[in-house]
Design a binder for this molecule. Structure first.
Ligand SMILES: O=C(O)CCC(=O)C(=O)O
Ligand SMILES: [Fe+2]
Length: 340
């Protein structure tokens, strides 16, 4: 398994190798409107007046229902911590191929997994992306090199978890539920948190390859940041909307398990990562879910009565992850397998 970075750096790559050719017109239905995802001021959620707080909670609810994605500003995670996380993540990818290979996971639940594409055992075509995935909660793992990586990822994961917990409160209230509903029902304090670092090296023919094809995320919430290069696109009203996050912001999206829990009220939206010809793009996302053994099904409060029956069957989070990983990413959400 040769990483994309390794291939790019071996030199002389002036075209996309055939196994990476992605046969979709990337320009197709890119939104030309200046659409922007909603922005949520996190500081209002934590310390606004009661009126400001209910307004921002309403905004969160609308963002989850209409976009499944929003940008979070004033989140309190120090910029230095974010920058160091990205910098040290990059130094991991700068290790030699041999050093990185030590972390090649073979199993989905290996606590540390370095790899390329999505899942090379099922991918029919390869994606222009290398990754490092680590389980950071309830128990924390990280590669022991380069020096400092493990410490910074631990600190970063903890800070982001705090943001997630506040967002879970706001989301619970926005659904007409008690503030701690998601925290308690999904046991998020002992929940699973998976950190994924994506590295998309510059691509000689960016319109012919794909970093990550259309997919939805599995957890309750994903919190994502990136270096200065954009590439994320979100499906909205049938079009792909390129996302240019504000400096120092997080992108947050509701995942498949939020869609299950809310009985489809909040959507887990398709998104993809395109590549560019000039620069290495890095993104770091954390997926926040319940403990792996939790069975998630639609909340009875949101799925009852004749006109609102449960739309999904329940599934253990662990089994859902296995299901997702066993399939090719093909633009359909894995959730379709659970629809009643
Ligand atoms: O790199 C990005 O912007 C998106 C990454 C992503 O969607 C993922 O890791 O699930
Ligand atoms: Fe994603």
């Amino acid at each position: 398994m040769l990483s994309v970075k390794g291939q790019v750096e071996s030199g002389g790559l002036n075209h996309v190798p055939s196994k990476y050719l992605y046969h979709t017109n990337l320009g197709e239905r890119i939104s030309s409107d200046a659409e922007v995802i909603p922005t949520i001021d996190f500081s209002i959620l934590t310390s606004g007046t009661p009126d400001q707080r209910s307004k921002v909670i309403q905004d969160i609810g609308n963002a989850c229902a209409e976009w499944g994605f929003f940008m979070v500003i004033n989140h309190g995670v120090p910029n230095l911590l974010r920058e160091e996380t990205i910098r040290l993540a990059e130094t991991f990818f700068n290790l030699s191929e041999e050093e990185k290979r030590e972390y090649t996971g073979t199993q989905l639940f290996d606590p540390i997994r370095y790899g390329t594409s999505f899942n090379v055992t099922v991918d029919k075509i390869r994606f222009w992306r290398d990754f490092l995935k680590i389980h950071v909660h309830p128990s924390f793992s990280a590669p022991n090199k380069p020096p400092g990586l493990s410490e910074i990822l631990q600190e970063y994961s903890k800070s982001v978890r705090e943001v997630a917990e506040e967002l879970f409160k706001g989301i619970s209230i926005s659904l007409g539920l008690e503030e701690n509903y998601i925290k308690d029902k999904m046991d998020t304090e002992s929940g699973s948190q998976l950190l994924v670092t994506n590295l998309y090296p510059p691509c000689p023919q960016p319109e012919l390859a794909m970093g990550l094809p259309p997919h939805s995320d599995h957890g309750l919430l994903t919190i994502l940041m990136q270096n200065e290069h954009s590439g994320l696109q979100v499906k909205h009203s049938g079009k792909w909307v390129p996302i240019d996050p504000l400096p120092n912001s997080f992108l947050v999206n509701t995942g498949d398990h939020m869609e299950i829990l809310t009985n489809g009220k909040y959507k887990s939206v398709l998104h993809r990562a395109v590549v560019n010809g000039k620069a290495t793009r890095i993104s770091v996302g954390t997926a926040h879910g319940p403990p792996l053994e939790t069975i998630v099904s639609p909340a009875p409060e949101l799925a009852s009565g004749g006109n609102n029956p449960p739309a999904f069957r329940g599934i253990k989070y662990r089994e859902y992850l296995e299901l997702q990983q066993s399939k090719q990413l093909d633009g359909k959400t894995c959730l379709d397998h659970l629809r009643i």
